[in-house]
Every structure is written in structure tokens, then in C-alpha cells.
Design a protein around this ligand. Structure first.
Ligand SMILES: Cc1cc2nc3c(=O)[nH]c(=O)nc-3n(C[C@H](O)[C@H](O)[C@H](O)COP(=O)(O)O)c2cc1C
Length: 358
């Protein structure tokens, strides 16, 4: 089989050395929400990927819903990220930061002082989340965002994208997937607003389009990608009737804005509900930039989907956790280590930077 995975790819103004992307993965090692040397080591160990996408990183103090996730909204965080981008670039890698505002997927114990848990509507997520202080705690009812808070949050994304460029990132990925703030706006079961940000498809995608447009204007569309998860049910996203139309229109609009990629999540191989193939085709047809596929891929499946032009790049998640030299192992056809889920979110080097390389 011809190895498309190892071919280079032009992404905006940069050239990726292969089609293998490290998927964004929260690892909760950012003590005090500040990136550090340990994280720089972790990412640099994996710099053989054509593109690294960082763990979800909050553009706002209000978006730090989980314990020990990094932010990117002040100088201290910027300086921390600079260590990461320097280490990756030293190894000739490319790296985008994933901007993730957790919205209602949050708990006050995980957040700093004078912060607010915001969402399009005051609809709480069912269940509990981890806090370092009191272990599992029920999700609180979020505060419905005012018009001003929406504008402010859009500006926070834009500001964070500018800081990302200053910190040396090659670009940013807007996290529009997996049930976080952007998707909370898109989903009509969670977004119950009656103003211009709720109701029709056009209104529900207004928030993400404003972020995308203003971010692209600020740093250049060739540096802005987005991750989406049509049919995804993570963090309490119910399936609804208009999914196809929603993502089809979103792809048209994001294409007009000129984003560099759309990154499609399909977690059905991990037990999530099926993602109708036609929604992926609609995105592919309407969006002329790069398409990244993700979810449950191995090298064989990735080659097949690239060959059939379903996408241009493939993101791998868990394999990158346990195989720092994942790309090298694929080129040599070597067997892969399995990741230990017990250390996915624990602080420290164990299960993070101590997986062995060849
Ligand atoms: C530990 C862990 C943390 C994750 N954190 C994020 C995240 O911060 N942002 C995101 O978009 N997806 C996140 N994901 C989802 C992955 O990006 C990816 O879609 C998922 O692992 C499926 O791909 P895989 O089968 O190759 O592992 C996470 C997955 C794992 C295992």
C-alpha cells in the first residue's frame, strides 16, 4: 500500500512533514493553569507528528472548568507556552493550541476567584466532575450569558489567539466539539435562547462564526482551524433533528471566512453513537480547506480514508500518549504500546513523559 500518511501536506503557509496529527488531549499537568517544563518535554517527545494539537486550553478565566488545565490569557501562561513551542520547533515540529472554553462543564472549585460559569442557557449538565479539593462534585447550574458576556467571550478568544501567535504557536484550533461552550451554543437542546444567538440554525452558529471571523481577522485564517463533533454526545449533548443542515451550513460559512482546517471528531469506534457518513461528506464538499479525521484510527484505517479522500490528515489520540515515537513506529511497522487510562489526568511525569521510546 502506498503510504499517504508519510507524505507532506501544505497547511496554510506551513508544510507538515507528514499527515499524522497528534489529537488534542487534556492531561491536567498544568499546575496553577500555567504550562511548564514537563509539558514542554511531553510535547517535544512527540514532535515527529506532522502537526501537534495541544490539550484544551482556556482563553478565559471563566473557561478553566477542569482541574490543572492550562490557560492562555495572561503573560505568565504565554511565557509557559513559549517553552513548549520552542521545544517543539527545535525538533522541527509544528504546533497549534486548542482553545477550549469549558462553559457549563465546570465547577467553582476548579476555577479562580471572580470567575463565572457561563453557558448559553441556565441548563446544568447532569452528573459529577472531578475537583482536587473535594473529589467528585455535581455540576452547577450555569449562568445564562448576557449579550455583553457573549461579546466579551468572543473577544477573549480573539485575544487568546493573538497571545498564541506571540507565544510561538503555528496556529490555533477553536474547540467547537465535545460539549464545550461553542457546541453548547450550537446544540438546540442546550441553547434555549430567544435572542439572535438561539433558535434557528443561523442563530445557533452565530457565536462560533463570530469567534472564527474575528480570530481569522486578527491572526490570519491560515492560522485558524476548528474541531467539530456532529452527532457527538460528550458532556451531555443530545442528538437533534437538524444536525446535517447545521454542520453543512457551518462548513459553508467557515469556508467563506477562510479557516485553514476543519477537524471532525467521530468517537463511534469508542462506543459513542454513529456519525452519519453524509454529514462528513457534506463538510468535505462545502469546506475547501484541509480536513482532519479523528477517532479510533489505526494506520491501516487512516491510509484507507486518506486514499478515499475522506480527509487530508488523520489525528491519533491515545496512541500518542503511550508511544512518544508513534510516527517512527509506524514507519517501521512496529507494534504499539497501549495507554494506561489511570494516569490520563494525574499530575506529574508518571504516565506522561515516562513512556519509553525505541
Ligand atoms: C486523555 C484524553 C484527553 C482528551 N482531551 C481532549 C481535549 O482536550 N480536546 C479534545 O478536543 N479532545 C480530547 N480528547 C479526545 C481525543 O482528541 C480523540 O478524539 C480521542 O482520543 C479519540 O481518538 P483516538 O481513538 O485516536 O484516541 C481526549 C482524549 C483522551 C484519551
Amino acid at each position: 500500500m502506498e503510504n499517504i500518511l508519510f507524505k507532506s501536506h501544505k497547511l496554510g503557509n506551513i508544510t507538515l512533514k507528514n499527515r499524522i496529527v497528534m489529537a488534542p488531549m487534556t492531561r491536567s499537568r498544568a499546575i496553577g493553569n500555567i504550562p511548564n517544563e514537563l509539558m514542554a518535554e511531553y510535547y517535544s517527545q512527540r514532535a515527529d507528528a506532522g502537526l501537534l494539537i495541544t490539550e484544551g486550553t482556556s482563553p478565559s478565566p471563566n473557561g478553566l472548568g477542569y482541574a490543572r488545565i492550562p490557560g492562555l490569557f495572561n503573560r505568565e501562561q504565554l511565557n509557559g507556552w513559549r517553552k513548549v513551542t520552542d521545544a517543539v520547533h527545535k525538533k522541527d515540529g509544528k504546533i497549534f493550541v486548542q482553545l477550549m472554553h469549558t462553559g457549563r462543564v465546570s465547577h467553582p472549585l476548579n476555577m479562580g476567584e471572580n470567575t463565572k460559569i457561563l453557558a448559553p442557557s441556565a441548563v446544568a449538565l447532569r452528573g459529577e466532575m472531578w475537583t482536587d479539593q473535594k473529589q467528585l462534585q455535581p455540576y452547577p447550574v450555569p449562568q445564562e450569558m448576557s449579550f455583553e458576556e457573549i461579546q466579551q467571550t468572543v473577544e477573549e478568544f480573539v485575544n487568546s489567539a493573538k497571545l498564541a501567535v506571540e507565544a510561538g504557536f503555528d496556529g490555533v484550533e477553536l474547540h467547537g466539539a465535545n460539549g464545550y461552550l461553542i457546541e453548547q451554543f450550537i446544540n438546540p437542546e442546550i441553547n434555549k435562547r430567544s435572542d439572535q444567538y438561539g433558535g434557528s440554525i443561523e442563530n445557533r452558529i452565530r457565536f462560533v462564526l463570530e469567534i472564527a471571523k474575528k480570530t481569522a481577522e486578527a491572526i490570519g485564517g491560515e492560522k485558524v482551524g476548528i474541531r467539530v463533533s456532529p452527532y457527538g454526545t460528550a458532556s451531555g449533548m443530545p442528538v437533534y433533528d437538524e444536525i446535517e443542515e447545521t454542520y453543512s451550513l457551518l462548513a459553508v460559512k467557515l469556508n467563506e471566512i477562510g479557516l485553514v482546517y476543519m477537524h471532525i471528531v467521530d468517537h463511534s469506534a469508542l462506543g459513542a453513537p454513529k456519525v452519519n457518513p453524509s454529514v462528513k461528506e457534506a463538510i468535505r464538499n462545502n469546506f475547501k480547506g484541509t480536513i482532519i479525521l479523528s477517532g479510533g484510527y489505526d494506520a491501516h484505517k487512516a491510509e484507507g480514508d486518506l486514499k478515499n479522500t475522506k480527509g487530508d490528515l488523520v489525528a491519533f489520540g491515545r496512541y500518542f500518549i503511550s508511544n512518544p515515537d508513534f510516527v517512527k513506529k509506524l514507519t517501521l511497522g512496529l507494534s504499539l504500546q497501549e495507554a494506561d487510562s489511570r494516569t490520563f489526568y494525574t499530575p506529574g511525569a508518571k504516565g506522561y513523559t515516562d513512556y519509553t521510546s525505541l
